[in-house]
Design a protein around this ligand. Structure first.
Ligand SMILES: O=C(NC/C=C/[C@H]1O[C@@H](n2cnc3cncnc32)[C@H](O)[C@@H]1O)c1cc([N+](=O)[O-])cc(O)c1O
Ligand SMILES: [Mg+2]
Length: 215
């Protein structure tokens, strides 16, 4: 096919969503992915859990690993008060370009910093480049085998401090066994599993919320 799936998702947003209305962008992507073409957005069911965690934490600085088309970036940013922002990392330039347009369509560009690059390369520069002390919330939704190494890297860089909340997508499907084992067995994290379903399907999946307790 001539266009990519992310391009078709952007088209659905431009056709169905209202500029400056984040909820209509979310609804347009969910409708397209449920009725036209599945895509790996966190989706509406797990998205509601993400919303509740964002509202509970009311974070000032959020880190998202894996922007893809920007669906969860919009879900998070729409709930942030003025002055709060989400830094989202995406290393695929084509996906980043689509996500920028989806975020712009939702009118949330002032609350989002999309950084094109690999998490392993960008995380060590977070403090210096963005003046981040520590993240209040980290949403992990990138390559599943990167969850654990990037969590350890965030710890080493002092970007996870007492009270930081990690929220990980897909801990069942596709699964992140080494990450789960780490956060559930570490004395420095308090973990909770939110059982749900893989986006737009009946398969089980869920989000794992892990609160860092400090050293
Ligand atoms: O594989 C999944 N997600 C991987 C997501 C990957 C996204 O994060 C980026 N990325 C990866 N490492 C990166 C490192 N640094 C920056 N961006 C990065 C990739 O360019 C992509 O945009 C997935 C799969 C299913 N599934 O049912 O199969 C369901 C889901 O919800 C999923 O999230
Ligand atoms: Mg996911």
């Amino acid at each position: 096919t001539r266009t990519s799936r992310p391009q078709r998702i952007l088209k659905a947003v431009q056709r169905k969503a209202t500029v400056g209305d984040p909820q209509s962008v979310i609804t347009a992507i969910d409708h397209f992915c449920r009725h036209r073409e599945w895509a790996m957005n966190v989706g509406d069911e797990k998205g509601s859990i993400l919303d509740s965690v964002v509202n509970e934490v009311s974070p000032v600085t959020v880190l998202e690993l894996g922007t893809y088309c920007g669906y969860s970036t919009v879900r998070i940013a729409r709930l942030l008060p003025p002055g709060a922002c989400v830094i989202t990392l995406e290393f695929n330039p084509d996906y980043a370009a689509i996500a920028r347009q989806v975020i712009k369509w939702s009118g949330l560009e002032d609350k989002v910093q999309l950084v094109e690059g690999a998490s392993g390369d960008c995380i060590p520069w977070m403090k210096e480049h963005f003046g981040v002390q520590a993240f209040d919330l980290v949403f992990l939704d990138h390559w599943k085998e990167r969850y654990l190494p990037d969590t350890k890297l965030l710890e080493e860089c002092g970007l996870i401090q007492k009270g930081t909340v990690l929220l990980a997508d897909n801990v069942i499907c596709p699964g992140t066994p080494d990450y789960l084992e780490y956060v559930r067995n570490s004395p420095r994290y308090n973990s909770h599993y939110y059982r749900s379903h893989l986006e737009y399907t009946k398969a089980e999946d869920g989000l794992e919320k892990s609160v860092f307790l400090g050293y």
